[in-house]
Design a protein around this ligand. Sequence first.
Ligand SMILES: Cc1ncc(COP(=O)(O)O)c(C=O)c1O
Length: 367
Amino acid sequence: MRPYLWSQAGNPSSVHAAGRRARQAVDTAREQVASVLGCKPGELIFTSGGTESDNLAVIGAAKAGARHGRHIVTTAIEHHAVLFAARALKAHGFEVTELVVDQGGRVDPDDLAAAMRADTILVSIGLANNEVGTIQDLASLARIAHEAGVRVHTDAVQAAGQLDINVDRLGVDLLSLSAHKLYGPKGVGALFVREGVSFERRSFGGAQERDRRAGTENVPGIVGLGEAVKRAEADRESRSAHMRRLSAALIERVTAQCPQARLTGDPERRLSAFASFAFADIDAESLLIRLDLDGIAVSTGAACTSGSLEPSHVVQALGLPERFRRGSLRCTVGRSTTSAEIARAGDAIVRHVRALRAVAAPPSAVG
Ligand SMILES: Cc1ncc(COP(=O)(O)O)c(C=O)c1O
């Protein structure tokens, strides 16, 4: 990325040599991403990240399809970049069905089939959830939508680097990516839009990205995205196996020692990096702070709005019993995480959960 910040800082739209070198770098990145997605380079739009890709996909595809109908189907556990984009369309006369999920976070294909209507124009279902790691059987879901003649978008932001994101095998028409989930830079992503899929642009100005997204390209970011996608795919299986071993060890360590811990998400169909829990009768924010002081970085998955802590929409959609709703902890391992770190993190979680429960719960309930 560094040359494209300094010595090769040409604008890819410029015709002179510096501009052509920048254009070449963008083209190379486009080929790198296309080769992992199994699509044509021209089917990719570079964006400012997963949020923009999701917004563009949902709004761009919905508006373009509006003459055929105004019904969109998504799920209750989508990232807000999808969910809020879909809900925003209601003000423009669209109807949105948010499918419920089972306790593990999986969409029932029969529910999707039942939600299809003559005026349905788009289905948007994330390949894997970003709070609990649950993986959907997207190929089957996409088949149901296509049989009804409906386009399919998937948010693959969390799944990329851990799952196969070949667009034909997934059977999707639109797919969102973000570089920073792949050890790439923040603030850059891509949207795949299958050739022939109608799509309405959301930004106006220059004719960049084949007239689908105006504005000078983020050349260093795009170079970083291309390289990150390529490297993530090259060692995806070995890295996933490593992460699977570590997350399984963390799950085992925590659930064996904390009777009041529940694994959240699907026990089998989950991303290898994920070990997400819900603890009864504790506030996960306090747990997070204690772990942070120990040098362990986790998140709660809970949205924090104006000082009041509400369980996240994902935790709510999983239907956890009330006692568990504030105790949701999202742990993820990475390519450089070690077994020793997992042992330390597991012991710290158990120690702090016990301490918090001793303070919060009546003595008989301490586990
Ligand atoms: C599933 C999912 N979709 C979308 C996004 C948004 O991506 P970005 O932060 O690149 O805008 C994220 C980010 O965490 C995510 O996990």
